[in-house]
Design a binder for this molecule. Structure first.
Ligand SMILES: Nc1ncnc2c1ncn2[C@@H]1O[C@H](COP(=O)(O)OP(=O)(O)O)[C@@H](O)[C@H]1O
Ligand SMILES: [Mg+2]
Length: 396
């Protein structure tokens, strides 16, 4: 797996059960996956020699992130390396302009957009669309980096000029009036088998996913099947091998629009580790190894994942001690830590809470309760503060 981040770390965890060893190409020996894999190649994902060393003798080469230049992947293909997903698919997770254009050609719903070569293109788009604008770099962004929700046209023009001056390809799109964000997570094997988990709701703060609710509460049946069908169809049409996450906007007028694609395990699927019969990490491995895919059924009516993001002020008490307290209070909380040092806003882990068998995702009060439990646990781990003011000494 190219990249030694938390996705590789959790994929390695799934690989162990399948009797496989995941070799990782990591930037440094203390990357999350490099800490746990016995087979680490240190190097950059932009260095062909490093990629070749990582690929040497492997059954298949896959990714923890989408940033490997496709020219290098084409060279690996020419060497005979089994690259999954192939660069012809991966480009749609790498370049938002290529993706928007291809999806439009495939008649998949996307926000209105335009490529930007200079400030005049922003003005022309604003005049045509009339909506608030979002300016994005086509490549290299994640967790909201490279995305500007513009205050007005002048602000959009400034953002575009700044990115263009830095040499980035830029697009402008309408700021979608949305009810919420959803994600359709599917997997596809080279054999052509497809599998889909239930569509989930994701919650982002400052462009970072902080929570996922599985399945998406109160989602209209037509939208549910449209989102699932869209995910499976895109996986097929783009030739994806592995997991595909389709980030979606549900508009206030009840439409779905595709925001972006990821071709690897995705934050919106972390709930599957404890909440589905087959986790996204195992499924990604099954898909790239061309095994039959696993059962995607959820094991409870409501599952909530909350990310643990580094606090502004790192707590005095150690993570070990925080875990101790969390487990004492919430024995059912499933914690996944990534082995990363704490920095403000950095994703350092996540917590899954599995709802009761008697709960329902269409019972708003119940969903609120499970969400509160998940975010309270995640907040405790990052801040060493109980959001409800709980004090263990009072409880005894
Ligand atoms: N056109 C848009 N309209 C409204 N919000 C948007 C739009 N594009 C992006 N966003 C918001 O910004 C977040 C990050 O944008 P995205 O394109 O997914 O970038 P990244 O690659 O950083 O994930 C989205 O999850 C969404 O909350
Ligand atoms: Mg995104």
């Amino acid at each position: 797996m190219i990249g030694g981040g938390q996705l590789a770390r959790m994929t390695h965890q799934a690989a162990i059960a399948l009797g496989q060893t995941l070799r990782v190409l990591a930037v440094s020996a203390d990357d999350p996956a490099a800490q746990v894999s016995p087979d680490v190649v240190i190097g950059a994902h932009t260095d062909l020699d490093a990629l070749r060393r990582a690929a040497d003798g492997a059954d298949v080469l896959t990714f923890d992130h989408e940033h490997v230049p496709t020219e290098l992947l084409e060279k690996l293909l020419a060497d005979g390396v089994n690259v999954a997903p192939p660069p012809s698919a991966l480009i749609h997770a790498q370049d938002k302009l290529v993706m928007r254009r291809r999806l439009e050609a495939l008649d998949a719903p996307v926000p209105r957009f335009a490529a930007v070569a200079g400030p005049a293109d922003v003005d022309a788009f604003a005049a045509r669309v009339g909506a608030p604008l979002v300016v994005k770099t086509a490549r290299g962004g994640y967790d909201g980096r490279g995305v500007t929700l513009a205050r007005d046209v002048a602000d959009a023009r400034d953002a575009a000029e700044r990115h263009l001056a830095a040499g980035a390809a830029v697009l402008v799109e309408e700021k979608v009036e949305m009810r919420r964000e959803l994600a359709a997570l599917v997997a596809r094997s080279p054999f052509g088998q497809g599998a889909a988990w239930p569509v989930v709701q994701t919650v982002q703060r400052d462009g970072i996913c902080v929570e996922a609710i599985a399945p998406a509460p109160n989602l209209d049946d037509d939208l549910k099947s449209a989102a699932t069908q869209l995910g499976l169809r895109l996986a097929e049409e783009l030739g994806v091998v592995g997991v595909l996450a389709v980030e979606l906007f549900e508009t206030v007028d009840g439409r779905l629009l595709v925001n972006e694609l990821a071709m690897r395990p995705h934050n919106s699927g972390h709930w599957t580790m404890d909440g589905a019969r087959t986790s996204q990490f195992e499924q990604h491995l099954r898909a790239v190894l061309d095994y039959p895919l696993g059962d995607t059924a959820p094991i409870a009516p409501v599952i909530v994942m909350a990310n643990v993001l580094g606090a502004q002020q790192i707590p005095q008490i150690s993570m070990d001690e925080r875990l101790h307290h969390l487990f004492a209070r919430m024995p059912d909380a499933k914690v996944h830590l990534y082995g990363k040092s704490e920095r403000p806003g950095r994703k350092i882990g996540h917590v899954n809470i599995i709802g009761e068998a008697t709960g329902s995702v269409d019972d708003d009060a119940y969903v609120v309760e499970v969400r509160e439990r998940a975010s309270r646990a995640a907040h405790w781990l990052s801040h060493a503060e109980w959001t409800d003011g709980w004090d263990p000494h009072d409880a005894h």
